[in-house]
Design a protein around this ligand. Structure first.
Ligand code: ADP
Ligand code: ZN
Ligand code: ZN
Length: 722
C-alpha cells in the first residue's frame, strides 16, 4: 500500500513530522508536494506530502487515510527548499513549507478560487432564429446579431448584457456558454520605465558573457559590482533573455517593491507577458493568478522582493539579486531567512547562475564571490565630486545646515535644478528634554526617547503617541529643548530656504498609503525644479536624470548604531546617494555633513572607493571574528518582567554552552533596550562552523522551550543576524 509522509502545517514546535498516512486508490494522484487535509488526533490539519513510500514502519492497521487532497501543490524541488529553510534557520519544517505553497493555502485553507469569465458563442439554432424563423425580442436579436457578426466568442461584458440574459439564450439553445478562467494581472507602475534596447558596452558585454558561460555550464556565482548608473539592469535584462532562449526560468529579486518601480517596469517592458510579479501588496486573487502563471510555465520570469525566491519555476537558470547590500533581504519574522542565502542554495541545487548586483557590495560577497566590474557610468560621465563638511565647531544657532549646504541648495534650486537631501531620522526632532532639570522624554513602554512630530511625541519602536507637553512633568519648567532635525524640521528649513521652489518629503509618514511612494517620486520627476527630501528611501532605486546635487545631513547617524554593520551601512548609504546625483547632463555634486569626517566609511564613500573600504572593513572583521570570517546566531529572550528575562537568558546560556563545539564563543546574556513593555536579553554565538552552531542552538531550543513558556519567557532565534 502506498504511504504518504506528511508534514502537518502547524505552528506547534512539538508537533514535528513527518507522519505516515495510507493512500487509498482515490488519492492515487498524490505525490511529493501535494497538500492534504489529514485527521490528526481529534483535529483536521493541512499537511504537505514530503515523501511517498511503499511501506511504513507503523502497523498498517494503525494508519489512517487523509480526508482529501487540496488543489494543486508544489514540486519536489520546492518541498526540499522549504524543508531546508525551516531547518537552516532554526524554525520548523511547517514554517519553511508555508513559504513555498500556493499563496493563500495556509492563511485561507485554500488558494483563492480562479476568476471565471462567461463566454458565449452563437449556435446553428441561434443562427436560424436570427434568420427569422422564430420571434425574438429586440435585445435578444441584437445580442445574437453581434455574436453572428463576430463569428467568435464574446463575453457578457463585450456584449453589454448581464449573465442572466445569456443564460436565457442558452436555455433556448441559441448560444453555447462556457466559463473560462481569466488572470487577474497586477498593474506595473511606470516611473521612468524604458523598454528600448541599448547597445551593451564592452564591460556589460563581458558581464553577460560570464553569465552565459555559467548558463551553458553548471552554474556560477557572480558579484556584479557596478557603480550606480553603470548599466547593471541592462545586464540583468540581457542575461534573462539568454536564459529564456535556453528554456531556463529566471528569478529577479528586488529589495522592496515600493523602492523599485523602475526595475520592475523595465523587466515588464522588455520581457513582456513572461514576467510575473509576486509580492504582498497584490490582491489575493492577483497573487494566486501570478503564482499559477509561473507554476504552469505560462510565465517564466518572477520579479519580486525576498519571498519571490520561492517562486514555482521549473528549470531555473538564473537568479538575480539586485541591490544585494539591502537589509530588506533578511526576513524579520520566523523563519528569519536571508533571501540572498536561499538564492545561493536554490541556484546551486538547480545548476543556475546567481548574479548579485550592487554599487556597494557586502563584505561577505566581496570575499566569497567571483567578481565582475562595471567601473564607469553607462553614459560615460564621471561620478560626482563629494565634499565632506565638518559640522564640529559650528555654533548651535547655525541650525542643521552647513553654510555651504545652504548656498548649494539655493544655487541648485535657483538655476532650475533638482537636489536630493537625505535625513536619517523622521519626525521633527529626535529628542526632547527639559532645560531646567534635564528630564528626557522617553517612551513608557520602551527604553528609547520619544521623537517630536508636529504636535505630538511618538515612539518609533512601538507606535506609542502622546500630545507634545507644554511643561516638564518633573519640575514644571516650560523651557523644553528639542535636539536635532528630523525630516519634518529639515523640510521646513529647506522649504523656507528655496521658496518658491517645491520640496517633496519622502519618509514612512508621507509614503504610508499604497502608491503614495511612487506618487511622490513621480511628482518630483515631473517638477521643473525642486528638492526631494527624506529618509533612506530617497537614496534608493530611482534614476532621475536632472538631479545635480545630493546632500546627506547627518552622515554619522547610522555610524553610531551599536552594530558591527554600522560602517558598512553608512558607506552604502552615502555611496548610493552619491550615485543619484549628476546623471544626465550637468555636473553632479554631493555634500556630506558629518561630525566624524575621519570615519573610514565616510572617507571612502567620498572617494567612491568601494574596494578600499571593503579591504579595510574585511581586515577589521577578521580581527574581531565577525562575518564573513565567523557565523553569528543571535538568541533573544524576552519577558514582561526583568528578572524573568534574565533568568530565561541564564537558563538558555547554561543549556547552550556545553552544546557548542570547541572554538565557538558564547557572548552574553547582554541586556537590550526594553521594547513594547518587554525586557530583553540576548545571547550571541560566534562560530566558524555554522552548521554546528545552528544545530547546538536548535537542540537548546528544543530542550528548553517548554520550561521557558511556563515562565513567561519568549525566545526568538536569529541565525545570521543583519
Ligand atoms: P544601474 O542599474 O547600474 O543603476 P541602469 O541599467 O539603470 O544602471 O543604467 C543607467 C542608465 O544608463 C539607464 O538610463 C540606461 O538605460 C542607460 N544605459 C545602460 N546601459 C547603456 C548602454 N550600454 N548604452 C547607453 N545607455 C545605457
Ligand atoms: Zn524639568
Ligand atoms: Zn515605545
Amino acid at each position: 500500500m502506498a504511504i504518504a509522509r506528511v508534514e502537518p502545517l502547524t505552528t506547534a514546535r512539538a508537533l514535528r513530522g513527518p507522519f505516515d498516512y495510507a493512500l487509498p486508490d482515490r488519492l492515487a494522484h498524490v505525490d511529493i508536494g501535494s497538500v492534504l487535509l489529514v485527521p490528526f488526533g481529534p483535529r483536521r490539519l493541512l499537511g504537505v506530502v514530503v515523501d511517498v513510500a511503499e511501506s511504513s514502519e507503523l502497523d498498517p492497521s494503525r494508519l489512517v487515510e487523509p480526508v482529501r487532497a487540496i488543489a494543486a501543490g508544489v514540486t519536489p524541488e520546492l518541498v526540499r527548499l522549504g524543508q531546508w529553510v525551516g531547518h537552516e534557520y532554526c524554525s520548523t519544517a511547517a514554517r519553511g513549507l508555508e513559504l513555498v505553497l500556493p499563496p493563500g493555502t495556509v492563511s485561507r485553507g485554500k488558494p483563492p478560487p480562479p476568476k471565471l469569465e462567461l463566454r458565449a458563442e452563437i449556435t446553428p439554432a441561434g443562427g436560424a432564429a436570427l434568420d427569422g424563423a422564430v420571434r425574438l425580442g429586440a435585445r435578444q436579436r441584437e445580442v445574437l446579431g453581434r455574436l453572428d457578426d463576430a463569428g467568435a466568442e464574446l463575453t457578457a461584458i463585450d456584449l453589454g448584457v448581464d449573465r442572466a440574459a445569456l443564460r436565457r439564450l442558452q436555455d433556448r439553445g441559441y448560444v453555447s456558454l462556457r466559463e473560462v478562467p481569466v488572470n487577474r494581472r497586477p498593474e506595473v507602475p511606470v516611473v521612468g520605465a524604458r523598454s528600448e534596447r541599448v547597445e551593451l558596452n564592452p564591460d556589460q558585454r563581458a558581464a553577460v558573457d560570464a553569465i552565459v558561460a555559467g548558463l551553458d555550464g553548471r552554474g556560477r556565482e557572480l558579484l556584479l559590482h557596478g557603480v550606480t548608473g553603470s548599466g547593471k539592469t541592462e545586464v540583468y535584462l540581457a542575461a534573462a533573455e539568454a536564459a529564456l532562449e535556453r528554456g531556463r526560468g529566471v528569478i529577479a529579486l528586488v529589495p522592496e517593491i515600493a523602492l523599485t518601480p523602475q526595475t520592475l517596469g523595465r523587466f515588464r517592458a522588455r520581457l513582456g507577458e513572461q514576467v510575473a510579479l509576486l509580492h504582498s501588496r497584490l490582491t489575493p486573487g492577483q497573487r494566486r493568478d501570478e503564482w499559477t502563471r509561473l507554476r504552469s510555465g505560462e510565465a517564466r520570469v518572477a520579479v519580486g522582493p525576498r519571498s519571490a525566491i520561492f517562486a514555482p519555476i521549473d528549470a531555473l537558470g538564473l537568479v538575480i539579486v539586485d541591490e544585494e547590500h539591502e537589509a530588506s533581504y533578511k526576513q524579520e519574522g520566523d523563519p528569519r531567512y536571508d533571501a540572498r542565502d536561499v538564492a545561493r542554495h536554490r541556484a546551486r541545487g538547480a545548476g543556475a547562475v546567481l548574479v548579485a548586483g550592487t554599487a556597494t557590495p557586502r563584505p561577505e560577497s566581496w570575499l566569497t564571490m567571483e567578481r565582475i566590474e562595471l567601473p564607469t557610468r553607462a553614459d560615460g560621465r564621471s561620478l560626482p565630486d563629494v565634499e565632506v563638511l565638518d559640522m564640529r565647531g559650528l555654533p548651535g544657532s547655525a541650525g542643521p545646515l552647513h553654510p555651504r549646504t545652504r548656498e548649494a541648495l539655493v544655487a541648485a534650486a535657483g538655476s532650475g535644478g533638482k537636489a536630493i537631501v537625505l535625513v536619517n531620522r523622521r519626525g521633527w526632532a529626535p529628542f526632547l528634554d527639559c532645560r531646567s532639570c534635564g528630564h528626557a522624554f522617553g517612551c513608557p513602554r520602551c527604553d528609547v526617547s520619544l521623537v517630536v512630530h508636529s504636535g505630538e511625541l511618538r515612539c518609533h519602536h512601538c507606535g506609542h503617541r502622546e500630545a507634545a507637553p507644554e511643561a516638564c512633568g518633573e519640575c514644571g519648567s516650560v523651557t523644553l529643548a528639542q535636539h536635532g532635525a528630523g525630516t519634518e524640521r529639515a523640510e521646513r528649513i529647506v522649504a523656507d530656504l528655496v521658496a518658491p521652489h517645491p520640496v517633496f518629503r519622502l519618509d514612512s509618514d508621507t509614503a504610508a498609503g499604497s502608491g503614495a511612494h511612487a506618487e511622490i517620486l513621480s511628482r518630483f520627476e515631473r517638477a521643473e525644479s525642486g528638492i526631494l527630501l527624506g529618509t533612506q528611501m530617497v537614496a534608493k532605486g530611482h534614476d532621475f536624470p536632472d538631479v545635480t546635487l545630493g546632500v546627506v545631513l547627518d552622515a554619522d547617524a547610522t555610524l553610531r548604531f551599536p552594530d558591527f554593520r554600522a560602517e558598512e551601512r553608512t558607506f552604502a548609504l552615502i555611496a548610493q546617494l552619491a550615485g543619484r546625483s549628476g546623471r544626465g547632463a550637468g555636473d553632479g555634486r554631493v555634500l556630506v555633513q558629518t561630525l566624524a569626517p575621519e570615519a573610514e566609511a565616510i572617507r571612502h564613500a567620498a572617494r567612491h572607493d568601494a574596494s578600499g573600504f571593503l579591504e579595510g572593513e574585511l581586515g577589521r572583521r577578521q580581527a574581531l571574528m565577525y562575518p564573513p570570517y565567523a557565523h553569528l546566531v543571535r538568541v533573544e529572550l524576552s519577558a514582561p518582567e526583568e528578572p524573568k528575562a534574565q533568568a530565561g537568558a541564564e537558563l538558555a546560556a547554561r543549556e547552550l554552552a556545553p552544546r557548542l563545539s570547541e572554538g565557538a564563543q558564547l557572548l552574553g546574556p547582554a541586556p537590550m533596550f526594553r521594547r513594547r513593555n518587554r525586557y530583553r536579553r540576548q545571547l550571541l554565538v560566534k562560530s566558524d562552523d555554522r552548521v554546528a552552531a545552528v544545530s547546538a542552538v536548535r537542540d537548546t531550543v528544543d530542550a528548553i522551550t517548554r520550561e521557558l513558556r511556563s515562565k513567561d519567557v519568549a525566545l526568538a532565534v536569529d541565525p545570521d543576524p543583519s
